[in-house]
Structures are given as C-alpha cells and as structure tokens.
Design a protein around this ligand. Structure first.
Ligand code: NVA
Length: 306
C-alpha cells in the first residue's frame, strides 16, 4: 500500500513518472478512467480550501470516480472520534482518502489504519500535491527541471518552504530558501533535502539575503506570510517578512526569462506585488490549473501501486 504524505514519498524516478503521466492526462483529460465504477474518493478538509477541493473533485470525476466530500468540522476527527476509528470507517467506504489537516501525525495515523491509499492535501508541514503541480508548470515553461535554480522568498518555515526543499531536491533543482530569522525551514528539513539532492545533482540551501537568493534564478516563488492557523500572528509576521516581499525590483535580479509561481491565495502588496502576480512572468493560473492534472496523476499512480 502506497501513500503520498510528504514530497519525498516519491523517489526521483517515481516523481518523473507521475509528472509524465500528469502531462499525458492534461493532453487527454477524459481518456483514462482508473476510478470507473464509479469508485469513491473521500476528501476531508479541516482547513479552508478552494483550489484543492475544486481540483480534486473535478479530477476524480474525470478519472471516472465519485468525489465524496466529508466536512471536517462535522466529522470532528480526533475530537468526536479518534483518527484511527475514522480511518477504519472511511477505508470501508472509499477507495482512497484525501485529507487536509493540521499535524502531519494525524495524516500518518490515517494512513496507518485506513487500509486504502491516503493523500496529503496540505498539512502544517507539507503541501506535496501543490509541488507536483508546480513542477509540472516549470516543465511546461522551461522544458526541463534538473539543473534549474528556484528561489523561494518569504515564510520558509511553512508547508510550502518544506515541500519546495523536498520536491525540488527530488527533481534535481537547486532550491534556495530565503527567509528572515525565525522563518527559515528547520535544519532537519534542509538536511533531508540535501541528502536527496546529493543523488539527483540538485541542492538545498538557505540564503538570508533575498537579493542573493533571487539573483540568476530561473523560478521565483513565494507564499502567503500567514498560513492557515497563524492568523493571530498577522501583524508581527508582516513586519518581519516585509523585506522579503516579491516586488518587481527583487524579481529584476532573477534571470530575464524567470517565471513566478505562487500557490495562492495571494495577498497583493504583502508577499507579492500586484504587478508581479499579474505581470508577464507570472504563471500562477497555469499552476492552479495544473493541480487537477497533477493530482489525477498521483491518484492513478497510487491506485496502480497498490
Ligand atoms: N502556506 C499556506 C498554503 C496555502 C495553500 C497555508 O498553509 O495556508
């Protein structure tokens, strides 16, 4: 039984296979029906969602399956009943479970007891489905992954910073994360990525100076400064993270043909300037669309790997 709980659950070869499949599914969205039946996929959201719910629901339907939305607030997982009881129940109703929640440990417990593949639809630690879409988007615009340089500027300690390190290293990218003191990814995460990168020719580094991080980069990425669950820290975070805002002046240090990614939702004038998000180097709408294709590919991969 395979699960997709963190970016490095896929080996470099598997990640490449999933991305190839995603590109194929994008070319012919209605041809593959591995969920024909229809088989049900449970989607649970303990945090807010737009792209993830929409792209999984559409993608599961395109694969011939039925997306079953389980309201996290109504289910009260871990409150009304334990994660392992919920896992056992959902595993009897659904062919797979897609879950957005808080602690990574909750997802791991779900995977342990569900008896069906479990997919991380975002936790406090990782957002691996987003990274598959991001890598697909880079491949489309740059025709390659390995050897490119990605600069992530902003809150590097969040799920997106971690996932960029792990998924980027798996793809052979040179990943530079640039954050102020207190907002850098944990050293264990950088070491975990560096270990992967040593086998793929990529690298994983921290660079506190945002200009140095962005200089010459092929891909520049940022994410909200206020991840879900951190709302009470808004004012303090905005003050510390302001020098890491992705402005046109900062982007000017990147390669002239650099592309800009943002997983969205975006806050114009905060982590990214409106003229950058809405400008010619931004590929965020392709990136948002690619969630569907990438997730169809990982669901297909997990079904086949069972
Ligand atoms: N880091 C953000 C990603 C949103 C898709 C969050 O966790 O809220």
């Amino acid at each position: 039984m395979r699960h997709f709980l963190a970016d490095d659950d896929l080996t470099p070869a598997e990640q490449a296979r999933v991305l190839d499949l995603a590109a194929e599914l994008k070319r012919a969205p209605y041809d593959a029906k591995p969920l024909a039946g229809p088989r049900t996929v449970a989607m649970i959201f303990d945090k807010q969602t737009l792209r993830t719910q929409a792209s999984f629901a559409a993608g599961i339907a395109e694969l011939g399956g039925h997306p079953m939305l389980v309201d996290g607030a109504l289910a009260g997982i871990g409150v009304r009943e334990s994660v392992h009881d919920v896992a056992r129940v959902l595993g009897r109703q659904a062919s797979m479970v897609v879950w957005r929640t808080y602690a990574q440990a909750r997802l791991e417990e779900m995977a342990k007891y569900a008896g069906v593949p479990v997919v991380n639809a975002l936790t406090d630690d990782f957002h691996p489905c987003q990274l598959l879409a991001d890598l697909l988007t880079i491949r489309e615009h740059k025709q390659q992954l390995a050897g490119l340089t990605v600069a992530f500027v902003g809150d590097g300690a969040c799920n997106m910073g971690n996932s960029w390190l792990l998924a980027g290293a798996t793809a052979g990218l040179h990943v530079r994360v640039s954050s102020p003191d207190g907002f850098a990814p944990a050293p264990e995460m950088v070491e975990r990525a560096a270990a992967i990168a040593s086998g793929t020719g990529g690298s994983a580094t921290l660079e506190a100076d945002p200009v140095a991080a962005v200089t010459g980069a092929d891909v520049v990425v940022t994410d909200t400064w206020i991840s879900m669950g951190k709302e009470e820290e808004s004012a303090a975070r905005a003050a510390v993270l302001a020098p890491y805002s992705l402005t046109a002046a900062l982007l000017a240090h990147a390669a002239p043909d650099a592309i800009v990614l943002h997983c969205l939702p975006a806050y114009r004038g905060k982590e990214i300037a409106a003229e950058v998000l809405d400008g010619p180097q931004s590929v965020v709408w392709d990136e948002a669309e690619n969630r569907r294709h990438a997730q169809k590919a990982i669901l297909s991969f997990l079904l086949e790997a069972r």
